[in-house]
Design a protein around this ligand. Structure first.
Ligand code: RIB
Length: 339
């Protein structure tokens, strides 16, 4: 346990989730008598004090911004970090980077840490859609800008891309090359970007009169291995696809390695399109055709909105929800069917 007990220590001692402790402290959801007793006992035993975010104690500006992302070893999030840090710095802000690693307890601990550090605002990409801990910060006057993945957080601004259109356009492109046996390797289904891209894929197939083949929709994880394992599954099918839409570039790179391990080639045996347009997409061989996300524009807007709120440029804050268009970047990883 750290010297100062945290919400994680309380949850561990009480044998409940950190979310339950957060609901107990904030009264944001019903907590049974049994769980309440256990949490109360743990708080008393540890001497836990909900940190100042529960009491909304705020002092002046720290000129610091918190950035919570799932994993900045993913080049997409590394690009987000680079842009946010550059633009923040040019506006006089430093950035504290937090990797949640898909761990809600870590995400909660980081929100407590950022509040304790008195950050002026937070740019947030969710790892699993729960957001009570962020709601508490927002309700206590910390401006939060949600980017990339949609979550039901009240009083904040949300910046997204049109993932449905991106998935639709990627699939339309493959159909335009004559492919009808088109597979999709998805990201985590609970995350809005993946779900919407897959819906765009399905819409394009339906519009072209191509029946969906459930064998060709493979669950991935937005990680390299998810792409490599996904293409292995697809290539072991009797009725193999001739094209794949990978819902992010990291998985598309995994597909490239999986195809090579199978002694096949892209685009010779399989056309491949990704999503994100990470820097690697243009330097791998073959260079990856993909759907690009306007990371720089999103980052600029995120900092602008944050500064607007901090400088209270708007008396009444209208919650902004801005959806940026994506665009296809055609490179070398796709070819006409049968060519
Ligand atoms: O590569 C990471 C993926 O997760 C990206 O497509 C981005 O949209 C994020 O949601």
């Amino acid at each position: 346990m750290t010297s100062t007990p945290t919400i994680i220590d309380v949850a561990r001692l009480a044998g409940v989730s950190t979310t339950t402790v957060s609901h107990f402290i904030n009264g944001t959801r019903y907590v049974s008598d049994d769980l309440r007793d256990r949490v109360e006992k743990a708080i008393a035993e540890l001497g836990y004090r909900p940190n100042s975010m529960a009491r909304g104690l705020r002092k002046g500006e720290s000129k610091t911004i918190g950035l919570i992302v799932p994993d900045n070893s993913n080049p997409f999030f590394a690009e987000i970090l680079r842009s946010i840090e550059n633009i923040g710095y040019s506006n006089g802000y430093s950035v504290i980077l937090c990797n949640s690693d898909g761990d809600i307890a870590k995400e909660i601990a980081y929100t407590e840490l950022l509040f304790a550090k008195q950050v002026d605002g937070i740019v947030f990409i969710t790892t699993n859609n729960s957001c009570e801990h962020l709601q508490q910060l927002s309700d206590n006057g910390i401006p939060i800008i949600v980017i990339d993945r949609d979550i039901p957080l009240k009083g904040t601004d949300v910046l997204l891309v049109d993932n449905f259109q991106g998935g639709y356009e990627a699939t339309r492109y493959l159909i335009g090359l004559g492919h009808t046996r088109i597979a999709c390797i998805t990201g985590p289904s609970l995350l809005t970007p993946s779900a919407e891209r897959v819906n765009g894929y399905k819409k394009a197939l339906a519009q072209a009169g191509i029946a969906e083949n459930p064998d060709w929709i493979v669950a991935g994880d937005f990680q390299f291995a998810g792409g490599e394992n996904g293409i292995e599954k697809l290539m072991n099918l009797q009725n193999r696809p001739t094209a794949v839409f990978a819902c992010n570039d990291l998985m598309a790179l995994g597909v490239l390695r999986g195809i090579r391990k199978a002694g096949l080639s892209v685009p010779g045996n399989l056309s491949l399109i990704g999503f994100d347009d990470i820097p690697l997409a243009s330097v791998v061989s073959p260079a990856l055709t993909t759907i690009s996300q306007p990371i720089q524009k999103i980052s600029e807007m995120a900092i602008e909105l944050l500064i607007n709120r901090l400088q209270k440029k708007e008396i009444k804050f209208e919650e902004k929800r801005i959806v940026f268009p994506t665009e296809i970047v055609v490179r070398e990883s796709c070819k006409k069917y049968g060519a």
